[in-house]
Design a protein around this ligand. Structure first.
Ligand code: GLN
Ligand code: ZN
Length: 772
């Protein structure tokens, strides 16, 4: 056991995709067979080295474990599952002869291959990051199955850096797992804790042997009230886990990191009583915990710098919270971030096009490292030692408060005049009757979720346009060609409700952000979404309004090409907020209503232009749900309210669709029903239609399209497979309610697999219709 002190300032993790998404390119080149495993490992090592050097240059110590090693090829939960050998049986043959799980098994578990389904993917707590869901059953054999973590420690040491490896802890790993197919009904993976811990013991010993002085075990499950296991059960598991791991002599010092929200009172008490050396808590979302027994021998890492948003914020207040932490009687207090910085882009200095005012209000990962270093200096030398930095941050904050555009009188007046009636549509049954009459749709209508594959051509054309090459007219004509192609394809496939394909959008938010006042967009502000995928969240900094129609031109052009209905395609207010970095100076609900009013105007313009079906996507509704139950009703109130404000002015004959990207339907069923959409499409294929039972028992009575094609994988579902899922929906739900669609948009897929899959989707629908 080492007794090296915990560093005075650190971050809980750093973006791992590389400043220019180097890791994405390397991994995708490897998947495409362009570079071999050795070359991939070499490029990944270069990304890790660049990160360490950058963090050292920003002021984190090279030898005091201040630099975290939070690299991942795909996902940190998969990394932990792989390290302890917890991959389900269907990947067993991909292991090396000695049982080691190498990259082939790792990537196959992440992505699937042929008939071999990947691990399910779902959102990481209330963020837009997706992790892979481990599958653990009574039959899972835990065994240390890779030395990757230890190798990374050794690699850093060879460069003269003592890193602090970051690994998902045993409680969170089990709490996020789902039972394997082989497990009996009601099996709880957490019951495997005692079998899992010896492998963590071995893992920690291997890190120690490689030279780690500290290890960070991430246990965000301990802040959540939204997991199957109760906070009390999770705290009890943590008490066991950290007694066992802590009592072991041959290990690095342990910091348990519980970011993302307030650590539960039970878990706080349990961790304080355990023999771990440090606890990192979220003091951005969470309040200061009470004094408890056991702190005198521990370091408390105060996560006062927000790891999930990009505002420079009130550094003086952060200092105050950190300083207050010293009253709890811990052996030491250190400055930290509230979560890993994997949720924010690298560097504000990489954004030369941002307005300098706005830029001065921001802190991305690198600037946040600077803030942590500043606070650490203050812990050592007192407030006076950092007075200049605190004052500069306060001045930026004052500038932000009074800057033009942050408050817009017209927007505020309109919001202030809203009444409850503005949030209500007419009777849903009457709407259904009018729409049945006027839209002329067949039983089991087929449709897609909006986007079609984004080919290299589309990406290049958009990039050329973004960099100012070519004329606006050329770009417009390119997009029209694309729409012509996509509409023709959908007619050939004989889909019932068509879309324009969204070729003008790189993601769901940026296009809207570019066309709304109050937003800014970045050039290099990439944030990992899942695996090799990254998004570039926009920055919502001021009052939002719509200077001109946004999507009407594309939708009406598509409609002009076909006799079938074209769905207008909008992103809902909650999702626009969730996938942007949002101003933190007013309640989210106020900001959401501003966005909703802009969308309301857009829907009115779509209707006026003859569009009869409008989809307002809200895939993020579930994701923003607060982890703490007490905060959930208020959240659902404003989030559902903003959707309704956006859609309530639609005429009864206009069919309002919404789309949600997940299958935990039961959790938010009341909210989904309260959205009062006419048709809702959700993800279901990846969980093999499990959600259909939830829909039935919930009594949800509007149109519903449980996805029948998993678009997260290149796999083409067969006609039989789709027909099976559809049959299940038709058996369990009223026929008139069921729609047929993929799980989500098709933009990340290639054309070959998309066309083949949609062909099968239509064929399966016909087959089921014929049997009716
Ligand atoms: N309309 C969007 C698309 O098809 C929806 C995507 C999503 O829900 N993530 O791409
Ligand atoms: Zn989706």
């Amino acid at each position: 056991m080492t007794t090296a002190p915990f560093p005075a300032g650190t971050i809980l993790g750093y973006p791992r995709i590389g400043r220019r998404r180097e890791l994405k390119r390397a991994v995708e080149a490897h998947w495409a067979g362009k570079i071999d495993e050795t070359e991939l490992e070499r490029q990944a090592a270069a990304v890790r080295r660049a990160t360490r050097e950058r963090l050292a240059a920003l002021g984190l110590g090279r030898t005091d474990s201040a630099i975290p090693e939070s690299f991942s090829y795909y996902d940190q939960v998969l990394d932990a599952a792989v390290a302890v050998g917890a991959l389900p049986e269907r990947f067993a043959d991909l292991r090396d002869a000695d049982g080691t799980i190498g990259l082939p098994a790792y990537f196959t578990a992440a992505r699937g291959e042929g008939e071999r389904a990947p691990l399910e993917m779902t959102k990481w707590f209330d963020t837009n990051y997706h992790y892979l869901v481990p599958e653990i059953g009574p039959e899972t054999t835990f065994a240390l199955s890779t030395d990757r973590f230890a190798r990374q420690v050794a690699e850093a040491r060879a460069d003269g850096v003592t890193v602090r490896p970051v690994i998902v802890g045993p409680v969170t790993l089990l709490a996020l797992a789902k039972p394997t197919d082989a497990a009996p009904e009601g099996f709880d993976p957490l019951t495997r804790l005692d079998d899992l811990l010896p492998v963590y013991v071995e893992l920690l010993a291997s890190l120690r042997a490689a030279g780690a002085q500290w290890v960070q075990l991430d246990e965000p499950a301990l802040v959540s009230e939204s997991l199957p296991a109760s906070p009390a059960a999770l705290a009890a598991a943590a008490a066991t886990a950290y007694r066992v791991l802590g009592d072991e002599a041959d290990r690095p010092a342990i910091v348990v990191a519980a970011g993302y929200a307030q650590l539960s009172a039970e878990a706080w008490t349990a961790l304080a009583a355990s023999p771990v050396e440090a606890i990192a808590i979220d003091l951005h979302r969470g309040a200061q915990p009470p004094a408890v027994d056991g702190l005198a021998a521990k370091t408390l890492v105060g996560g006062v710098i927000d790891g999930r948003n990009i505002w420079r914020g009130d550094l003086d207040a952060a200092w105050g919270r950190l300083d207050a932490l010293r009253t709890l009687g811990a052996a030491a207090v250190a400055a930290g971030t509230s979560t890993s910085l994997q949720h924010v882009p690298h560097d504000v200095d990489d954004e030369p096009h941002l307005d300098p005012h706005l830029a001065s209000w921001l802190a991305f990962a690198d600037e946040k490292v600077g803030q942590v270093v500043t606070l650490a200096t203050g812990l050592d030398g007192g407030r006076d030692a950092i007075g200049v930095e605190l004052d500069a941050a306060s001045a930026a904050l004052a500038d932000r408060r009074s800057a033009p555009g942050v408050r817009d009188g017209a927007v505020r007046a309109r919001a202030a005049a809203l009444t409850p009636a503005d949030y209500r549509r007419g009777s849903a049954d009457e709407r259904e009757a009018v729409q049945r009459e006027t839209l002329g749709l067949p039983v089991l209508p087929t449709t897609t979720i909006g986007s079609f594959p984004q080919t290299g051509d589309i990406r290049r054309a958009r990039a050329r346009h973004a960099s100012g090459e070519g004329t606006a007219a050329e770009y417009e004509e390119f997009l029209r060609d694309e729409i012509r192609r996509v509409v023709r394809l959908q007619e050939d496939l004989d889909l019932d409700v068509l879309v324009h394909g969204e070729a003008e959008r790189n993601d769901m938010v940026q296009y809207f952000a570019e066309h709304l006042d109050g937003f800014a967009v970045t050039v290099n502000g990439w944030v990992q979404s899942y695996g090799s995928r990254a998004t570039r969240p926009s920055i919502l900094w001021g009052d939002v309004s719509r200077p001109a129609p946004i999507t009407v031109g594309w939708s009406t052009f598509a409609q002009s090409l076909t006799g079938k209905h074209v769905k207008g395609m909008l992103t809902g207010p909650v999702t626009i907020l969730a996938w942007s970095f949002v101003r933190d100076d007013q309640p989210l609900g106020e900001t959401a209503d501003q966005v909703a009013l802009a969308l309301r105007d857009e829907i009115a313009d779509l209707e006026a232009a003859g569009i009869r079906i409008v989809q307002v996507d809200e895939p993020a509704l579930r994701e923003l749900l607060p982890l703490t139950q007490a905060q959930q009703p208020a959240y659902l109130d404003w989030s559902v309210g903003s959707f309704r404000l956006a859609t309530a002015a639609a005429a009864p004959g206009t069919q309002v669709h919404t789309h949600l990207c997940y299958s935990e339907f039961a959790v938010v069923i009341d909210a989904i029903a309260a959205l009062d959409a006419d048709v809702t499409s959700i993800e279901a294929a990846r969980s093999r239609g499990e959600v259909i039972a939830d829909i039935r028992t919930s009594g949800f009575s509007r149109g519903i399209g449980p996805g029948v094609y998993d678009i997260h994988s290149p796999r083409v579902p067969s006609v039989d497979e789709i027909a099976g899922l559809l049959q299940r929906a038709v058996d369990e739900l009223p026929l008139g309610q069921v729609w047929v669609n993929p799980d989500c948009g098709l933009k990340t897929r290639g054309y070959d697999e998309t066309v083949a899959s949609l062909r099968n989707l239509v064929a399966a629908t016909r087959a089921i219709r014929e049997q009716l």
